[in-house]
Write a protein that binds this ligand. Structure first.
Ligand SMILES: *Cc1c(COP(=O)(O)O)cnc(C)c1O
Length: 237
């Protein structure tokens, strides 16, 4: 594992690059929230980043997230579930995480809302959109987004804040740009059709290799793992 001072230096490097990309896009650096993706890394890595005032962390598995959330104890951190969520784990996820990026059906949204309500929690949710139409990938089809937004309007504990996408793996970050632009355009279309802008303010897009491009295209949440914590030894989807 890399050392705490390595993590601090890499985190500062990512923060500088976020500020640079925001500047190029005429945006305030504070309009971009960095979600440090801690999946597969130990709680010590989270503590090292937390010591540098990093607040937001991303996990892609409910079980692994749970053990880190418990281990983090009273540290004032915000936990994001960024991986696929199975319906049978929806309530558990709603009891643990602060933000769920991977809502891809009305049914999953309702379960998460119910789970949060039972715990008296308020949860932020984003709709994951599969813009490439890859049947193997998780995420709602573009055509299903309107129905999920409509259902979100009747939720009590889950508050919709925006859209998330995970483009197909491409070598050139420039190739991801069209997917990021497409997510922003999808958001703009729904706002033009009357969805309250506050419910679609967030665009969760961009990872270690393409977060600067994502920011140029309007990302408000970037999910960055290896650029902060180093390469993952057991790479997961
Ligand atoms: C792992 C993961 C990331 C972070 O990937 P890096 O390349 O390490 O930055 C971002 N988003 C999702 C959905 C992930 O699963």
């Amino acid at each position: 594992m890399i050392t705490a001072s390595d993590i601090a230096a890499r985190l500062n490097g990512v923060r500088d690059r976020i500020a640079g990309a925001a500047g190029r896009a005429g945006r305030l650096p504070s309009s971009v929230r960095l979600v440090a993706v801690s999946k597969t890394f130990p709680i010590e890595a989270v503590r090292a980043a937390a010591a540098c005032d990093q607040v937001d962390y991303g996990e892609n598995k409910v079980q692994e997230g749970q053990s880190k959330i418990l281990a983090a104890g009273s540290l004032p951190l915000r936990w994001h579930l960024i991986g696929h969520l199975q319906s049978n784990k929806a309530k558990k996820a709603a009891a643990l995480f602060d933000v769920i990026h991977s809502i891809d059906s009305v049914d999953l949204l309702r379960k998460v809302d119910q789970g949060a309500a039972e715990r008296g929690r308020r949860l932020e949710v984003l709709i994951q959109v599969d813009l490439a139409g890859e049947s193997t990938k998780h995420g709602a089809d573009e055509s299903e987004v309107a129905a999920i937004i409509e259902a979100a309007m009747t939720c009590n504990a889950a508050h919709l804040t925006g859209l998330m996408t995970l483009p197909p793996a491409v070598d050139d970050p420039g190739e991801a740009r069209s997917y990021f632009a497409a997510l922003r355009a999808l958001r703009d279309r729904h706002v033009a059709q009357g969805v309250p802008p506050a419910n679609l303010v967030d665009l969760s897009m961009g990872m270690s290799h393409d977060f600067e491009v994502a920011i140029e295209e309007g990302a408000t949440l970037v999910r960055v793992g290896s650029a902060i914590f180093g390469e993952r030894s057991n790479q997961r989807p």
